[in-house]
Design a protein around this ligand. Sequence first.
Ligand code: ARG
Length: 495
Amino acid sequence: MPAIAQKRKIPTKSTSSGNRPSRVVKPKPRKAKSSSTKAWGGRFTEGTHRLVEQFTASLPFDQRLYAHDIQGSIAHCKTLLKAKVLTNSECTRIIRGLERIRLDIRRGQHAFREEDEDIHMSIERRLTKLIGSLGGKLHTGRSRNDQVALDLRLYLRDSLITVKQGVISLQKAFLAQGRKHLNIIIPGYTHLQRAQPVLLAHHWLAYVEMLERDKGRIQDAYTRVNVMPLGSGALAGTNYPLDRSYTAKLLKFPTITTNSLDAVSDRDFVVEVLNTLAILMMHLSRLSEELVLWSSQEFQFLDLPDAFCTGSSMMPQKKNPDVAELIRGKTGRVYGSLVSVLTMLKGLPLSYNRDLQEDKEPLFDGLDTVTASLTLCAELISRLKVRQKVMAQASSSGMLLATELADYLVKKGIPFREAHSIVGKLVRDCLDENKDLSTVTVADLKSYSSQFRADVRNVLTPDGAINRKKQVGGTARKQVESRLRQVENQLLKSG
Ligand code: ARG
């Protein structure tokens, strides 16, 4: 996946460069014609019903594939030249026509007409209008079935790079936060109960790890997207001597598909991408949940930037964490997209079936949702204000050090279970007397175990507790610093 390291601007709406959604012009109601005007209309005796045109059209949502469709068509055209199906001048005229159409669409000057059905037909119709019947030669040896498979793969290669860049930006935002507050200690939680002290940077780095795995999954999905299907025809292959490896080389695909039936009906790569997006979105949702919690009056750990919150129309005092809430909420959409494509695929016989057209909207929606959510998360994280005092106060409770006390006794030779029970009783008594563990005197401690000595004082500090966790993956400052450095170096390498 060499190209994926490139830097890309992350668009918030469309995931591909220069794709501007255009309106599809609906034709005025007309009477059914005596014969079809479609490119495939030869065997038909009447025109397509208006409702059927509406129902079957994918143009309103597949027009975003236009740039990749044209990219694929140009490569196909060159392959037809190599196969001597087209002459040099025919090839040049077709490519010029396609480039002109690309420009027109980019400028919003292409008329998208619903009766064209999909982006492939829309471009072909325009091409034939521009260069005459020669336009009709472009589709030689190709079907929309292998064409759409190619377009999706080309589109996804670009989109995955965009998503990966979004993940990297978010990782960088976490690293910057981690560096900024390397000394801040917070209570670490299990069951949402205060458990043991950890460094705030360690907490942020946990998200960096999740995102690192997400990047791995993007990379994996990319490998299976990056296979060239053209030359599979409608389902059986083609009658023309098309050099498929040449097409692949032109489009920078390292491999080609090896079964035409599979190539036109496989959407595993769509499922894999959506699965990757669903897991990534689950991570963003968990982060969002923490941002909501931590910025609440109950926690007060964080101040979210005003520009990323909204107010209440009724309660003047409110500042709501809507962005985080919406990312959490939109996670359902991405899960839904994954399930809808899986369900659409589960009953399909080989090979291409029109059901497959239903892959696009969930896929595009998933990509748009994740891309926008990543951009917003990175902005939110880099603008977070951390309430150091509240965090220090929350992590100062001696109760967070109960495990340290037990481990102290273990060091003195008491079996862990016994030590756990001794400290458990101590904690119970403290709770009954409304005392914090940090205020208990050494003399008092001795009444629970004769093994408690004056050196126990050194154990009872959050700093000490943190720095004893010095194994790889622990929250000791040295470990956290080393992981920060490792990830920073990795990110520098990947761009
Ligand atoms: N719009 C169709 C899709 O997205 C393109 C392929 C149509 N093929 C066909 N034989 N009707 O799947």
